[in-house]
Write a protein that binds this ligand. Structure first.
Ligand code: G1P
Ligand code: ZN
Length: 550
């Protein structure tokens, strides 16, 4: 090994890394010693046994390649025997999770700020995942934070950059860097889970789709899987070249930011199916011809039709959803007679349940859906679920089946959990806290109160006891539950970067098929008024309408 240099440094972190890691502006990461300090804090917080391998890759945003070279060198200096890195520094978050699991590496470092914009003046991020392929648990992120406050030195060898653009191995004494194809392992996994021949036949029959990678990491994945392996037309792809600035856009697959795709799906010439994924490939949005599928419905529909997908043909151990996600999947679980877990927001809670084989499928209203094939949410996996379900249904019925028909048939069977989320972004923190406190102050007076046709049953602050490790998470969102099963949830975002982001989650249950054509905002109009009344949101924040509606 080349000479290892120990550089003296000073503590640097002003903020605890969350489970989604540390996200900062590129300019912050690029400061002298900053990235190095964080990486050393990670390595100092884990035990690195002899012969250990590290998985490494990122979403391709600006600064990805620079950071990768630094991390490879520091991994060598800190006792790793090997680093497996995606070619060009590319690995989507679910693909990285898969590599960690498949090659049983000690863990992985994923470079991404998810859907946040990329570029020299935008965001960069770094997070550590453990051997199960999932985000590091709180005790590790806390240790990293603690180390970062006392760090005095980091180790880096005097090495030249490794070629990460060519597949193959570079040996430096007893340290190996293996550059792997970023897609092939992941594509092989998808081929094991899904009925690729049925999906191929679907495309052959003239089924049309549009996939929007939003200039981010899923471009090469979509090309390899949808076009090369499944035979979709080349024109099915849009924005599928990874750009370091993500095309100057905001790669968050929802109705606001993926509007280019939404417009295509609402044209006269719309394809049968549309989908998008985010910066690092873990989120998804599903669209049909003139139709939007809410992520909550998508989870419920995948669960209800899981037996059509080879990987889940044997049945589901259980399902899980985050608390603010609609209860649509609960109704499916009840009918299937399988457990349904309600967890706090964030993917880490699903990991424990999956490691203990308690759930097979899980999801969040925030465009995240996944299964136990990895320990992250998985955008392309969700797209393939839909393609597989459509292909299987068409094969069974011998007729064309649209996304809208699938969703409406689901509502007819289970009822519709009409759902919407209203976000009020960048409001002053004090005003946001005031809104939450005001709602909490009504916990005892709200029950039995009538608002038009709605009567409050209970009002509380959600807390969760993890059934696997017994840990308790409190203060996970304020709920107002109505006697009819409808509900309003208020929650402050844990990922917003400017001021506070207040999220209002609205859900009304409607079993009557006569109403199922209604637009969600119209169907929820009364609930929206109740939410504003109970929270005094307008008076307290001066805001008259949400920033983002999904
Ligand atoms: C948001 C989503 C949440 C998701 C998280 C990470 O967090 O709402 O469901 O797990 O991003 O992708 P929030 O800003 O609401 O705390
Ligand atoms: Zn993401």
């Amino acid at each position: 090994m080349a000479q290892i240099i120990t550089r003296q440094t000073t503590p640097f972190l002003d903020q605890k890394p969350g489970t989604s890691g540390l996200r900062k502006k590129v300019k912050v990461f690029a400061q002298a010693n900053y990235l190095e300090n964080f990486v050393q804090s990670i390595f100092d917080s884990i035990v690195i046994p002899k012969g250990a391998t590290l998985t490494l890759g990122g979403d391709g945003r600006f600064y990805n390649k620079t950071a990768i070279q630094t991390i490879i060198k520091m991994a060598a200096a800190n006792g790793f025997a090997k680093v497996i890195v995606g070619q060009g520094g590319i690995l989507s978050t679910p693909a990285a999770s898969h590599i960690i699991r498949k090659y049983q590496t000690l863990g992985g470092i994923i470079l991404s700020a998810s859907h946040n914009p990329a570029g020299p003046d935008e965001d960069f991020g770094i997070k550590y995942n453990t051997a199960n392929g999932g985000p590091a648990p709180e005790k590790i992120t806390e240790a990293i934070f603690a180390k970062s406050k006392t760090i005095s030195q980091y180790k880096i060898p005097n090495l030249v950059d490794v070629d990460i653009d060519a597949i193959g191995e570079t040996q430096i004494d007893d340290f190996t860097v293996q550059v792997i194809h970023p897609v092939s392992n992941y594509a092989d996994l998808m081929a094991e889970l899904f009925d690729f021949s049925a999906i191929k036949a679907l495309f052959k029959s003239g089924f049309s789709m549009k996939f929007d990678a939003m200039h981010a990491v899923t471009g090469p994945y979509a090309k390899a899987i949808l076009v090369e392996r499944l035979g979709a037309a080349e024109s099915s792809l849009m924005n599928c070249e990874v750009s370091e600035t993500f095309g100057g856009a905001h790669p968050d697959p929802n109705l606001t930011y993926a509007h280019e795709l939404v417009e295509i799906l609402y044209k006269d010439t719309a394809p049968d199916f549309g989908a998008a994924s985010d910066g690092d490939g873990d989120r998804n949005m599903i669209l049909g011809n003139h139709f939007f599928v809410t992520p909550s419905d998508s989870l419920a529909i995948i669960a209800a039709n899981a037996s059509l997908i080879p990987a889940y043909q044997q049945g589901l151990a259980g399902v899980a959803r985050s608390m603010p996600t609609s209860g649509a999947v609960d109704r499916v679980a009840a009918k299937m007679n399988i457990p349904c877990y309600e967890t706090p927001t964030g993917w880490k809670f699903f990991g424990n349940l999956m490691d203990a084989d308690k759930v097979t499928l899980c999801g969040e209203e925030s465009f995240g859906t996944g299964s136990n094939h990895v320990r992250e949410k998985d955008g392309l996996w969700a797209v393939l679920c839909w393609l597989n379900i459509i292909a299987a249904k068409q094969k069974i019925s011998g007729q064309k089946v649209s996304v809208e028909q699938i969703v409406k048939a689901h509502w007819a069977e289970f009822g519709r959990n009409v759902y919407s989320r209203h976000d009020y972004e960048a409001i002053p923190t004090e005003a946001a806290n005031g809104v939450m406190a005001h709602i909490k102050s009504q916990f005892t007076t709200l029950p039995n109160q009538k608002f038009g046709q709605y009567t409050v049953k209970t009002a509380d602050d959600f807390s969760y006891t993890d059934p696997v490790d017994g840990s308790i998470s409190t203060g996970q969102g304020v709920r107002i539950l109505f006697a009819c099963g409808s509900r309003i949830v208020f929650r402050l975002s844990g990922t917003g970067t400017e001021g506070a982001t207040l999220r209002i989650y609205l859900e009304a249950y409607d079993a009557d098929t006569k109403n199922h054509h209604l637009d969600a905002q119209a169907a929820l109009a009364e609930m929206i008024q109740i939410a504003l009344e109970v929270s005094e949101l307008k008076q307290r924040t001066g805001r008259s309408s949400p920033t983002v509606i999904t």
